[in-house]
Design a binder for this molecule. Structure first.
Ligand code: SMO
Length: 766
């Protein structure tokens, strides 16, 4: 019987729950014995010229070995000329006037930007000494928020003509598709800036080991780190080794390696000293890349029978102080703009604006949650306008099951989906009819505790770079053990459990004899990593493919040993024994078969890539209670269908859904990164940034649904980001729904008591 699909308890957890994980700052590698501490001197100004840096006082402090600034960085390759980088959204200018320095030289563009590093023998000395490095600033007008950036009164980059490095806006707007609609609704929607907030904040250590610059870094992909480092430091990749130990959460912000960590690597190379850096939580809240930060304008039109005829989404992306991945996020948002609906007309545009704020990058879902949030709010606005149940409006506009693969107007090709079935399942599980009846009773009763029911239906793109694929090497040794070297990166998802299950399923080698190794460029030079919900469908399929190759080789060896035709050799995957068909006396173990192979091992080294991305989908129902006197929102229930194809291990899939739902609920209800009018961060501690906790969340109700894809042998799609994508709009819609009878049509996120109360008051006043 196959182990796949069964509830296998995570093999990672006994260690994590007893002795704990080994994160970068926990490392006790002999090469890091006596390593110096690196502490950043960061900008306290959002936008300013640097007119002087005086480190003399800091250098007199005990334990201070060096203070390094941009002036010491003459051993770096010259900055690249202006060229086009970019991603999904199209070209993004990088280099030239848009260059992002490592240490800021003459200008700072956000509070938290690295200006200097202090190297000390101990950690506390560094904190103290960094305070004594005196930086003289000449303040410049801060550009706060994307709208101010687009207006362009103050420019962030001299030598450019605007704060919009990339845009995709049509020359003229075609309003005709809306002209024939019974009803047209428009709305400005804020998809607010949020912090990534991994449990383990950023940390890097660096040392020369056997002549190789070795970097230990908390990342989602060791190989990409090495590639970026090689370019930034002007070194050959094989002069470097990147090791990723346990990672306490990535959430997109740990894709690759960021500027601060590159500076640590440079400082090690520059001084020749072993160095350690681990940021404080306050540094993390200003220095680590943040997510979302989009402004939306939606326009939706349709008929009173519920049919939507036209949808337009205009996006302004606040990308923070540097263009970086620029058009990537809004490009994905526009790609996924129509969501699960079969719409005759879809129009999208985006502008990317630089602002004096922390740079924005991938954050769980990276561009897709924003698309879902926009259209799911728009559909609710449309439903309210025509007076139809929002679930019913959705049902009347879904892409029908017989239309897959379905090409959207925005250029996506959805592989498979059952959107109506997902909605039906979630409504049944939630008891939708009874919830509406309860809502009606409460409205008639008129008390302060009103019920809100929010629906969202979503489709997302996973493994967007399916063609880049993933690597896997599988080695079966003559002691009967198997070792998987994977290019995927484990940072909490349960890769060790999942990959061992795949090996056991195919080879019959029990999970406890399977070791999974990842995140070391010396052991796995070729790998892509974990992001975009790509691991199982690409990395897992690679393990599956490697296992099949090892099995073929095992059969070959067994046939030789048993002097039988390969066609007559069978592997019993329950026992892991090879034998001639029908002759149990011939049984051979994997140890024996591997021992017979040259070198005493069976090895398969493969790469799996898929032709196209996959498109998981689902439907969420959120039930909230809103106190109309205080505006306080309580999430009472959250019911979901998240269909990502066959489930390898329900324990892991449910864990991903739980975390995703919580993270999406956090954006809907609580979390927001805020700046004042001068660009000073107002949420740089956990006392100010309202991270969600278990006390604000109910037990989630998960409904299973498995629609396979044909794009990989496991039939699977990604589940890592799905919960985040579906939950946010369901909860936001529920909050609005709770007070819709009072005349409220829209409330921006996060639905704080203040904001909800103000919306009620405003509606009452009208
Ligand atoms: S936000 Mo992700 O690691 O694609």
């Amino acid at each position: 019987m196959s182990i796949l699909g069964t509830r296998v308890i995570r093999t990672e957890d006994p260690r994590l729950l007893t002795v704990g994980g080994v994160y970068v700052d926990d490392l006790r590698a002999p090469e890091l014995e006596g390593a110096a501490r690196l502490t950043f001197v960061r900008s306290t100004m959002a936008h300013a010229l640097i007119t002087g840096i005086d480190a003399s006082e800091a250098l007199r402090e005990p334990g201070v070995a060096a203070v390094l600034t941009a002036g010491d960085m003459d051993d770096l390759p010259p900055p690249p000329p202006e060229s086009e980088g970019g991603g999904e959204g199209g070209p993004v200018p990088v280099g030239g006037p848009w260059s992002e320095p490592l240490l800021a030289a003459d200008r700072v563009r956000f509070v938290g930007e690295p200006i200097a590093v202090v190297i000390t023998d101990g950690g506390y000395q560094g904190e103290d000494a960094a305070e004594l490095v005196s930086v003289d600033y000449e303040p410049l007008p801060a550009v706060v928020g994307a709208r101010a950036a687009v207006a362009g009164e103050s420019l962030l980059f001299p030598g450019t003509s605007s704060n919009v490095p990339v845009s995709r806006v049509p020359d003229s707007v075609d309003d005709s598709p809306f002209a024939g609609c019974d009803v047209v609704v428009e709305q400005d929607i804020v998809n607010q800036r949020v912090a990534c907030l991994p449990m383990e904040s950023r940390a890097t250590a660096a040392a020369y080991v056997n002549g190789k610059l070795t970097i230990w870094h908390s990342s989602q992909n060791a190989q990409l780190c090495r590639l970026i480092l090689a370019g930034a430091l002007g070194m050959a990749p094989d002069q470097m080794r990147v090791i990723v130990p346990d990672v306490g959460g990535g959430f997109g912000a740990k894709v690759g390696i960021d500027r601060d960590a590159i500076i640590v690597a440079w400082a090690c190379k520059h001084t020749g000293r072993a160095l350690r850096w681990a940021e404080t939580r306050s540094e993390n809240l200003v220095g680590m890349t943040q997510g979302r930060a989009q402004l939306h304008r939606v326009k939706i039109g349709g008929n009173r029978d519920g049919r939507i005829l036209a949808y337009r989404l205009d996006v302004i992306q606040d990308t923070g102080a540097y263009p970086r991945t620029g058009g990537f996020l809004p490009g994905l948002t526009c790609l996924m703009a129509p969501g699960v609906y079969d719409l005759p007309e879809v129009q999208t545009s985006f502008r990317v604006a630089v602002t004096n704020a922390t740079p924005v990058h991938a954050y769980r879902g990276a561009g897709r949650p924003e698309a879902t949030a926009a259209i799911e709010r728009a559909v609710d606005l449309f439903a309210a306008e025509i007076g139809m149940d929002p679930a019913e409006v959705r049902r009347r506009n879904f892409v029908a099951p017989d239309k897959f693969p379905f090409a959207t107007k925005t250029g996506a090709l959805y592989d498979s989906g059952e959107y109506g079935a997902a909605l039906d399942k979630v409504l049944a599980a939630a008891g939708y009819g009874e919830l509406r009846a309860e809502q009606k009773r409460r409205r008639e009763h008129g008390g302060p505790r009103q019920l809100g029911i929010g629906v969202s239906t979503y489709v997302e793109i996973t493994a967007a770079d399916a063609g880049a694929g993933e690597s896997a090497k599988l080695v079966v040794a003559d002691d009967g053990t198997a070792t998987v070297y994977t290019g995927s990166s484990a940072h909490g998802q349960g890769h060790h459990t999942a990959w061992a299950m795949l090996v056991q399923d195919e080879l019959g080698i029990p999970m406890d004899k399977v070791t999974v190794i990842h995140g070391d460029t010396d052991l796995i030079p070729d790998g892509v990593g974990t992001y975009a919900s790509r691991s199982l469908q690409l990395g897992g399929s690679a393990v599956h493919k490697a296992a099949i190759e090892v099995k073929d080789e095992g059969r070959h060896q067994a046939a030789e040993m048993l002097e039988a035709a390969e066609a007559d050799i069978v592997l019993d995957t329950d026992t892991g024994l090879w034998q001639v068909r029908g002759d149990p006396d011939t049984a051979l173990t994997w140890a024996q078969v591997a021992g017979h192979a040259s070198g005493g091992t069976l090895i398969a080294d493969v790469r799996f890539s898929a032709d196209r991305p996959t498109f998981p989908f689902g439907a969420h129902v959120a039930v909230v209670e809103v106190d109309t006197e205080t505006g306080k929102v309580t999430l009472l229930r959250h019911v979901t269908v998240d269909d990502a194809g066959p489930v390898l291990n329900p324990v892991l899939a449910e864990g991903q859904r739980h975390g995703g739902i919580a993270q999406g609920a956090a954006q809907a209800l609580l979390e927001e990164v805020l700046y004042d009018a001068d660009g000073n961060p107002l949420t740089s501690t956990l006392a100010d940034y309202a991270a969600i906790t278990a006390t604000e969340l109910p037990s989630f109700e998960l409904v299973s649904s498995e629609t396979p894809t044909t794009l990989n042998p496991l039939g699977v799609k990604g589940i890592g980001e799905a919960g985040t994508i579906g939950s946010t709009p369901a909860i936001q819609n529920a909050v609005v729904d709770a007070v819709a009878h009072l005349g409220v049509r829209h409330i921006d996120m996060p639905a704080t008591p203040e904001r909800v109360w103000a919306a009620i008051e405003e509606a009452r006043a009208q």
